[in-house]
Design a protein around this ligand. Structure first.
Ligand code: NAP
Length: 388
C-alpha cells in the first residue's frame, strides 16, 4: 500500500534534549531556522504532532508567511496543511490553539479516546478517527494517503512520536537542527527514546548552517523486512535502476542493475548486465560474485534488481533466482516483472516465493527500470503490460 513521504523534523540542544522542564516552550531554533520550518510546512500536505506536544506547547502549527499561503492557494492546495494529532487517551483540551487556527484537523485515537474527545466537543473542530484498541501507525498513514490524499507528511514531534516512526521504519527523512545550548536536566524530553532502531549508519544527505544552528538531513539506509517496503528500499532500488543505465546496450538481453544490501544498510556489492566485458553476465550474478559466499550477512540481506531475477537462461547453468537462493538471500526488491521478450513465461518471482523468499515489487520504479531497455522496442515492453 502506498504511504505518504514522512519527514521527521526536530530541534535539539547540544546535549540532545527537545525541551527543558520549564512551563514555557524552549526556543531552540534561530529566527532564520523558524522561517525554514515555515517553508517546509508550506511544502507539505499535512503536519502531525503527538498529544504530548499539544499539551506541553499549545502550538498553532500554521504556515505563517502570507506569501507562502498565497502560493499554496494559487497551486490549488488548501491555504494551510491538514493538521494531524494522535492521542490514545483522548485527553486534549478543547480550547487548545490547535483546534481553533488554520485549516482542517484530524485526530487519530483509540475507541475510548474517541468517546472522550466527542464528550469534550472536539468533533466540532476536527475529524475524530478511532483506530480500535490501539493505534497502528501504518493504518494511520494509509488513511492519510488514501482518504485525505496526503502525499507529504511533516512530523513535528515530540520524541515519543518520532521514536515510534523511526523504529517502525516509516520515516523517509530526518531533519534535525542542532542548537548551540545545553539543557542539562535529565528529566527533560529527549528526541529519540530507547528501543530497536536500524543497525548501521543513516545517510547524511545535507548539512546547512542557518544562523547559529546547523540543519542535518538524514535518510534511513536499512532495507525493510519481509514483504513490507521500507523507505530505504526505494533508495536502493533507485540505485539499481541507475546501474541499469550503465549497461552496454544489447539487442538480445535486458539492461539490468542490482545491489546487495545487508540488514544494517551496508552495501555489500553492486553489478549490472554485461559488466566488465562479459557479454552474458547478469546484474545479480555480477553483484553476488563480488561477495564472499561465507559472508554471514547474506541470509539477512536484500537483493535489489531493476528487473525480476531470471528463472531460466540459456547462457549459464544457474538462473539468477537460483543464484540468489543459493547465496542464502531471502528478500528481493524489484521494479519490473520480466516480460516474455527473450524467455516465455519467465517467472523468477515464483521461484523465489516457492523457496520461501519475500519478493517486493515497487511499480513506481517500472519506468526508470524500463528506460535503458527502450532500444528493444515498444513491443518488448508492451508484453510486460499485457501480463499485468
Ligand atoms: N524541539 C523540538 O523540535 C520539539 C518538537 C516537538 C515537541 N517538542 C517537545 O517534546 C515534548 C513532548 O514530547 P512527548 O514525547 O512527551 O510527546 P509527543 O510525542 O508529542 O506525544 C506523545 C503522546 O502522543 C500520543 N501517542 C503517541 N504515540 C501513540 C500511539 N502509538 N498510540 C496512541 N497515542 C499515541 C499519546 O497521547 P495520549 O497521552 O493523549 O494518549 C502520547 O502520550 C514537549 O516538551 C515539547 O516541547 C520539541
Amino acid at each position: 500500500m502506498p504511504l505518504p513521504y514522512v519527514l521527521l523534523s526536530a530541534a535539539v540542544s547540544l546535549d540532545g534534549y527537545l525541551d527543558d522542564t520549564g512551563p514555557d516552550r524552549l526556543l531552540l531554533s534561530s529566527p532564520a531556522d523558524f522561517d525554514r520550518v515555515d517553508e517546509v510546512r508550506a511544502s507539505v500536505d499535512a503536519i502531525l504532532v503527538g498529544a504530548g506536544t499539544l499539551r506541553a506547547d499549545n502550538p498553532r502549527l500554521l504556515v505563517n508567511s502570507p506569501k507562502r499561503r498565497a502560493a499554496r492557494v494559487a497551486a490549488g492546495q488548501p491555504e494551510y496543511p491538514l493538521k494531524v494529532t494522535v492521542s490514545a487517551s483522548g485527553e486534549l483540551a478543547p480550547d487548545a490553539r490547535f483546534w481553533h487556527t488554520g485549516g482542517e484537523k484530524i485526530v487519530f485515537t483509540t475507541d475510548k479516546g474517541a468517546q472522550r474527545l466527542r464528550e469534550a466537543g472536539i468533533a466540532a473542530h476536527a475529524d475524530i478517527v478511532p483506530l480500535g484498541d490501539e493505534l497502528d501507525w501504518r493504518l494511520l498513514l494509509e488513511h492519510l494517503h488514501d482518504v485525505r490524499g496526503v502525499r507529504r507528511l511533516m512530523v513535528e514531534g515530540g520524541g515519543t512520536v518520532h521514536t515510534q516512526l523511526l523504529q517502525r521504519q516509516l520515516a523517509d527523512e530526518v531533519q534535525l537542527v542542532l542548537a548551540p545550548l545545553f539543557v542539562g536536566d535529565p528529566r527533560a524530553p529527549r528526541l529519540f527514546g530507547p528501543g530497536a532502531y536500524q543497525g548501521g549508519r543513516l545517510r547524511l544527505v545535507e548539512t546547512r548552517a542557518i544562523g547559529d544552528v546547523v540543519l542535518m538531513r538524514y535518510e534511513p539506509t536499512a532495507p525493510g523486512t519481509g514483504p513490507e517496503a521500507a523507505p530505504a528500499d526505494r533508495h536502493w532500488l533507485r540505485i539499481a535502476c541507475e546501474l541499469a543505465a550503465q549497461c552496454p546496450p544489447s539487442r538480445t538481453a535486458f539492461s539490468v542493475g542490482a545491489v546487495v544490501v545487508a540488514a544494517d544498510g551496508t552495501e555489500l556489492a553492486r553489478g549490472h548486465s554485461r559488466e566488465g566485458g562479459d557479454p552474458v553476465v547478469h546484474a545479480e550474478e555480477a553483484a553476488l560474485a563480488k561477495i564472499d559466499p561465507a559472508d554471514p550477512r547474506l541470509p539477512a540481506a536484500t537483493v535489489y534488481s531493476s528487473l525480476e531475477p531470471c528463472a531460466r537462461r540459456a547462457s549459464r547453468p544457474r538462473p539468477c533466482a537460483r543464484l540468489i537462493l543459493d547465496a542464502g538471500v531471502r528478500r528481493v526488491v524489484t521494479a519490473w516483472r520480466e516480460p516474455d521478450t527473450f524467455v516465455e513465461a519467465a517467472n523468477g518471482a515464483a521461484v523465489l516465493l516457492d523457496a520461501g523468499a519475500d519478493v517486493v515489487v515497487l511499480p513506481e520504479f517500472e519506468g526508470p527500470a524500463q528506460e535503458p531497455n527502450r532500444h528493444l522496442g515498444g513491443e518488448a515492453l508492451a508484453r510486460a503490460e499485457e501480463r499485468r
